[in-house]
Design a protein around this ligand. Sequence first.
Ligand code: FAD
Ligand code: UDP
Length: 370
Amino acid sequence: MFDYLIVGAGFAGSVMAERLASQMDASVLLIDRRPHIGGNAYDFYNEAGILVHRYGPHIFHTNSKRVFDYLTRFTAWRPYEHRVQASVDGQLVPIPINLDTLNKLYGLNMTCRQVEDFLTSVAEPRSPIMTSEDVVVSRVGRELYEKFFRNYTRKQWGLDPSELDASVTLRVPVRTSRDDRYFTDQYQAMPLHGYTRMFERMLDHPNIRIMLNTEFRDVREEVSFTNVIFTGKIDEYFDYCLGKLPYRSLRFEHQTHNSKRFQPAAVVNYPNEHAYTRVTEFKYLTGQQHASTSVVFEYPCSEGDPYYPIPQPQNAELYRQYKTMAEFTPNVHFAGRLGTYKYYNMDQVVAQALKLYQTITERADHPLLL
Ligand code: FAD
Ligand code: UDP
């Protein structure tokens, strides 16, 4: 008999398990259909002894002191600022687009002020900003949109930017300075000993029992529990009764090379060439010293594990209907990227789980509200 059955051992499920077990003294059964904890953030030492991320590069960044302080209980950190280059017109240039990107691309020597004037002259203002195309074209004009965003987005999502919510390309800023960091968050760091180690420490509690290679449907009738935290797909929980929520998937091709370095940046994006979108070299992220190096190529696809909820109005509407069903399902809480159908970064998932925990404890203080 468990107080909580938690489905999914990624950030959402693991934060909930840790909080409920350590703060409420609840007994928790944490299950995952995969053979490991950590969800999509899972990392491991490959056959060459290099620390790699099985499901693509995971870089931690947040502006939330609360989230950073919370995770700091379970890991030391390696300061790391992420930088990305894009392969455009036969050369590698910084992305997000900045002063150096434009000077290199056009063979110019503009100042910050001149770049501001340049962008104003090429931008095509749009109002209202509704789609991912509107975002980019209104900031940098059509030519730069075509060079950096249009084809990358079509490859990544199987959709034109004009069919995707503004929020997707709003993730990538445009700068007139020389700042070439991918993120500008206050806290940017990688778990010193990797994500999996951090998860192990989070879940190391006598009240938490973990079962891997375990499907929710296989334990739902076999195990007795009072409450469920579900961090899998919300549409799957309800047997797709209102229809399927669409997801974009990826195929990861991992390679190890017999040289110290493979490429000149942690990540190289390929907007216009190849079937893959980007190549990541893990040693930049982890700081590991090794005679060989490991990289991962990301090939977007429609079938496979559900990695990306697709931000489009009709999907948000279908999710809203599932959410209403969830609100009428007692003792079951939904969390995480799949459970709430949100294109969330890791820190946002941690913040969401901490908030859910708070809501649950507030209700526990007032049993009549349960
Ligand atoms: P998940 O990590 O997906 O965990 C859910 C778990 O539930 C899975 O392990 C799954 O196996 C399990 N599960 C689902 N259904 C069932 C079931 N029925 N029975 C049993 N188990 C089930 N975020 C960042 O902040 N920085 C980054 O650099 C970054 N890079 C990313 C790169 C890629 C390629 C991807 C795909 C995501 C990236 N993210 C990044 C986002 C990050 O992965 C997510 O925010 C985070 O991992 C979500 O955690 P979660 O617990 O919600 O979901
Ligand atoms: N994007 C692009 N070109 C790039 C980088 C990003 O068009 O070189 C767009 C693309 O639509 C992508 C989105 O911006 O899906 C968000 O990029 P981000 O790097 O945040 O994607 P993630 O790391 O979540 O896959």
